[in-house]
Design a protein around this ligand. Structure first.
Ligand code: NAG
Ligand code: NAG
Ligand code: NAG
Ligand code: NAG
Ligand code: NAG
Ligand code: NAG
Ligand code: NAG
Length: 524
């Protein structure tokens, strides 16, 4: 408190000094009344600010939660916010032959005790939320536009007065829809009562479908807003975190929060210098031609491109209990290759988390966080039209610039551990849904035949690994803090500069690569 007022005082003194220095001297008598009033006003301001600081400080330090005991939650309120405990509200699965209902006693509001002076700002990649919603910035989103997205959607999700309703249209691949909805249910548990009313359409398939060229020209209608897991530069689909953050049951990849801890421990055990000095990839090559092309770079008796490539046989793995496919144990190489499949690949975040240098084969698609990654800083770019030579150069470069290579691996894993931690994933969802809802030009209504969804209706009937992953990723209770502060949109010049820097560093690497191969060829 002392710091604030003295800071203000200094600023005030500085202002006075400047204006005094530039003012023509006048007889003091004339100036006195104005100065006195200003001083008085200023003192008053100080008192008000001080009172505000003190009161907010007292307020939070003696804060006690006021959730009613009807939900049987344990509420611990201490004398200081630092020690105020989270309340935990377990799932209430009805027993026996009763169809599962949503509990009426989960709090619908929850007071957070944020520090008014240091609300953290969200990571920079949140700024892409503005870019993804820009097509509707001028016009808003009408009901017709939303209905237009129905033809490819797997479900419609509606939030009205804090309750969530889902209208399912068709079966998604595996349990993508279930775990996506589960994720949104956890968001609701985390920030009860803070999600706005909205209606949205969600498509769980791989590739984006809303082509921007269909919505240009004089007769353009607004594009349909469609949520999915990835986009590309030709489409307008809105990107949302994929299901695997809550677990990918079919291939036994556990929820992100715990997996991140495993990977961190693994990185601590296997340091970069001690890892195999090659580029590793393991995956399913049959989903894309570019992956089959990659396999031609595998080491053979005739050639060593510094690549060690393996085919992932998920059926065999599942029979063997996924012993070979624990992603946390796949950080044994100094370089790891990321290559897209049919669209973006979920594997990306697991690869970037490794502390290894990620060799990114030129991607077409983006998910919600990767657009902010910088080549040569977070990853090493690989040409898609000359993969083998590109990989060979990357690995040779890294092995002869070990400090720089390690720094790239570290920058990526720091980004993943910090900016992509689950707290930020939830806040991204929160802000995306909020900004989206601000654009709606109609009042969301509960669709006929839609079912109320909550964590109970999703998790109680679940079984096996589905149930296990849901229990593991369950948000235990309301968050004590508010979401991070949303950063403003990029100024067009800033965004342009960012994209140019990105393109330039990729070109730079291509130049190095060319020089490397030219000099090798000269030697022969
Ligand atoms: C809490 O519960 C008490 C009864 O136990 C009731 O009188 C009171 O209005 C409730 N407060 C809120 C905020 O719901
Ligand atoms: C669980 O829900 C049932 C109704 O579905 C309710 O009777 C019961 O009190 C709830 N239990 C807890 C612990 O809140
Ligand atoms: C549940 O109870 C109803 C009637 O009480 C009965 O018709 C139904 O078969 C029961 N279902 C199961 C799965 O036991
Ligand atoms: C959307 O439009 C408003 C004004 O109409 C502007 O303030 C805001 O920056 C725009 N958002 C984006 C992402 O351009
Ligand atoms: C726009 O609409 C008008 C009248 O509906 C039609 O004649 C014209 O061909 C359309 N133009 C384009 C580019 O679709
Ligand atoms: C890393 O390993 C060392 C010992 O090998 C241990 O003391 C330390 O706690 C570990 N750190 C993490 C974050 O696991
Ligand atoms: C790549 O080469 C390694 C080493 O020879 C071998 O074990 C592996 O099966 C090969 N991968 C493929 C996809 O052929």
């Amino acid at each position: 408190m002392h710091r604030f007022s003295s800071m203000m005082f200094r600023k005030y003194a500085l202002d006075r000094h400047i204006s005094a220095g530039t003012m023509i001297w006048q007889p003091p008598l004339k100036k006195v009344p104005a100065t006195t009033t200003k001083t008085l006003l200023f003192l008053l301001l100080i008192i008000i600010v001080a009172a505000f600081i003190i009161s907010s400080w007292i307020d939070t330090s003696t804060f006690s939660a006021t959730i009613n005991s009807t939900n049987k939650a344990i509420i611990v309120s201490e004398n200081h916010r630092k020690t105020r405990k989270k309340i935990e509200i377990p799932l209430n699965c009805s027993t026996g032959n009763v169809s599962q209902t949503c509990p009426a006693n989960y709090p619908t509001t929850f007071e957070t005790d944020d520090d008014p002076w240091s609300k953290p700002v969200c990571p920079d990649y949140f700024r892409w939320i503005h870019e993804d919603l820009r097509p509707w910035n001028a016009t808003g989103i009408t009901r017709e536009m939303v209905e237009g997205a129905k033809k490819s959607a797997h479900f419609r999700l509606v939030i009205v007065k804090g309750k969530v309703y889902v209208e399912k249209y068709k079966q998604s691949i595996q349990t993508r829809d279930v775990f996506t909805i589960w994720g949104i249910m956890q968001l609701v548990r985390r920030y009860p009562g803070r999600l706005p009313d909205l209606e949205l359409m969600f498509d769980c398939d791989d590739r984006p479908v809303v082509r921007s060229r269909d919505y240009r020209g004089p007769n353009k209608t607004g594009p349909p807003p469609l949520f999915r897991y990835c986009g590309d530069k030709w489409t307008l689909d809105i990107v949302f975190p994929d299901w695997s953050f809550w677990g990918w049951a079919e291939i036994n990849i556990k929820p992100w929060e715990n997996l991140l801890k495993d990977v961190k421990e693994g990185n601590n055990k296997t340091k970069w210098m001690g890892r195999e000095p090659y580029a590793y990839w393991k995956g399913n090559p049959f989903v894309a031609e570019t992956r089959q092309d990659l396999l031609t770079c595998n080491v053979s008796e005739k050639q060593d491109w510094n690549a060690r490539l393996y085919v992932q046989d998920w059926i065999l793995e599942s029979q063997q209990g996924f012993k070979q496919s624990n992603v946390a144990n796949q950080c044994a190489h100094r370089y790891k290759i990321y290559i897209e499949g049919y669209a973006w690949s979920v594997s990306e975040k697991y690869i970037l988390a490794c502390d290894s240098v990620t060799l990114v084969v030129k991607p077409q698609f983006y998910d919600f966080f990767m657009r902010n990654l910088q080549p040569v800083h977070h990853y090493w770019p690989i040409r898609d039209d000359d993969k083998c030579r590109s990989i060979k150069f990357a690995v040779d470069w890294g092995n002869s610039h070990k400090q720089k290579a390690q720094a790239i691996g570290k920058a990526a894993s720091d980004f993943i551990q910090e900016e992509l931690k689950m707290d930020n994933v939830y806040d991204y969802m929160f802000h995306l849904l909020n900004e989206y809802a601000k654009l709606l030009k109609f009042e969301p209504t509960i669709p006929e035949g839609a079912v109320e969804f909550c964590s109970e209706t999703v998790a109680c009937p679940a079984e096996g690994s589905h149930k296990k992953f849901m229990m593991e990723s369950l948000v235990k209770g309301p968050s004590l803090t508010s979401p991070c502060a949303m950063p403003p949109p990029y100024a067009p010049s800033v965004l342009g500069g960012f994209l140019r820097r990105k393109a330039n560093s990729i070109r730079q690497v291509e130049k190095w690569e060319k020089r490397y191969w030219d000099s090798l060829n000269e030697q022969h």
